[in-house]
Design a protein around this ligand. Structure first.
Ligand code: PMP
Length: 361
């Protein structure tokens, strides 16, 4: 069996040792005679798995003690609605910075509950940059300011954390969580679906500064209330135990590999290789994102025409480089280079790109 290099934007490649451990433990976890997904989430065995995953994730992300960490079923999109329900009073303004497809999704999910103020928007620039901080029109008294740390489709990424004044900063880290060290204390809340950098699809991580939980928010059922999930250690109802377990294995693997500092190094190497192959191609490959906003995680790029793009997708797949077709909203090619993708994969992609150009350029 050979595993291909998988450039999928998510669900995405997982570390091979994690898959092997899960496979080995599938029928009999830790000698209990059943798999971890066949036992109660309230059993001591599962609670230990869950607690260890939380402790490891806190170490990986350097989560300060005054922040709660939640593991919730479903993805990032649900959080985009929940954060409005939980932290804004009815009709209150929330500021959104629009940098691509996923910022717009965040607005769509929140807008039944808050008055959205678009503080800045790079759509007119084709979502190829992050709007300069001094151009943002922030509201006074905003419930929060929302940003998308990395735009998975458009391939633009914030460098560092913007200073925004008094309102808490909420950020969608779905496609860049744990890809580099982040100062969580600068955020009121961060959230991420796990399926790119942290593990499997079906579970989302939310990190919340605890004092924000005192806000009354809006009338909502228990199951939509972050306070209830915090009070019950994310076990208000049956959590996605398999996903939580796999996330725990993935986080442990990341810590053993050297943690966020090491993944930042690898991600810089991988993305540096691919951007260099694009920039050195004499215009055969093009990435149109402003240099200072180029994502290290998702690299969209274009070939001279559609025929070559289709050939690139087919031939790269045949060469064991999977899922390089671009998202339909942008077209072209997209290479996603998440934490679990090895440096060798980026090297293989670059070698393929050079060879393809030589044969077709
Ligand atoms: N935000 C970003 C940045 C994403 O990349 C995605 C999924 N690709 C989402 C939100 C939506 O996540 P989910 O499908 O887990 O709801």
């Amino acid at each position: 069996m050979t595993r291909a290099y998988n450039f999928s934007a998510g669900p995405a490649t997982l570390p091979e040792p994690v898959l092997r451990q899960a496979q080995a433990e599938m029928l009999d976890w830790n000698g209990i005679g059943a798999s971890i997904v066949e036992i109660s989430h309230r059993s001591a065995d599962f609670i230990a798995v869950a607690a260890e995953a939380e402790a490891d994730l806190r170490t990986l992300l350097a989560v300060p003690d005054d922040y709660a960490v939640l593991f919730l079923s479903g993805g990032a999109t649900s959080q985009q609605a929940l954060l409005a329900l939980n932290f804004a009073s009815p009709g209150q303004v929330a500021d959104y910075v629009v940098t691509g497809h996923w910022s717009k999704t965040a607005i769509r999910q929140a807008s039944p509950y808050v008055t959205v103020n678009v503080a800045a928007d790079s759509e007119a620039e084709g979502f190829r940059c992050i709007p300069a901080r001094d151009s943002w029109q922030l509201s006074s008294g905003a419930a929060y300011v929302h940003i998308t740390a990395n735009e998975t489709i458009h391939g633009v990424e914030f460098r560092g954390t913007p200073e925004i004044g008094d309102a808490p900063l909420f950020a969608d880290f779905s496609s860049s969580i744990a890809s580099e060290p982040v100062d969580i204390s600068k955020y009121g809340l961060i959230y991420a679906g796990a399926q790119k950098n942290l593990g499997p699809v079906g579970i989302a991580v939310v990190v919340i500064r605890r004092d924000l939980l005192e806000r009354s928010g809006q009338p909502r059922a228990d199951i939509f209330d972050y306070r209830s999930h915090v009070a019950r250690d994310s076990m208000l109802n049956t959590p996605p135990t398999w996903n939580w377990y796999l996330l725990g294995l993935t986080v442990k693997w990341m810590l053993a590999e050297g943690g966020a500092v090491e993944f930042a190094r690898r991600n810089a190497v991988k993305s540096g290789l691919v951007y260099a192959a694009i920039d050195d191609s004499g215009g055969f490959y093009r990435n149109e994102v402003a240099a200072e906003a180029r994502s290290r995680m998702n690299i969209p790029f274009f070939l001279p025409d559609e025929t070559l793009t289709a050939r690139f997708v087919a031939e790269s797949k045949a060469a064991g480089l999977l899922a390089l077709k671009g998202h339909k909203e942008v077209g072209g090619i997209r290479a996603s280079l998440y934490n679990a993708l090895p440096v060798e994969a980026a090297q293989a992609l670059v070698a393929f790109m050079r060879d393809f150009q030589q044969r077709n350029g």
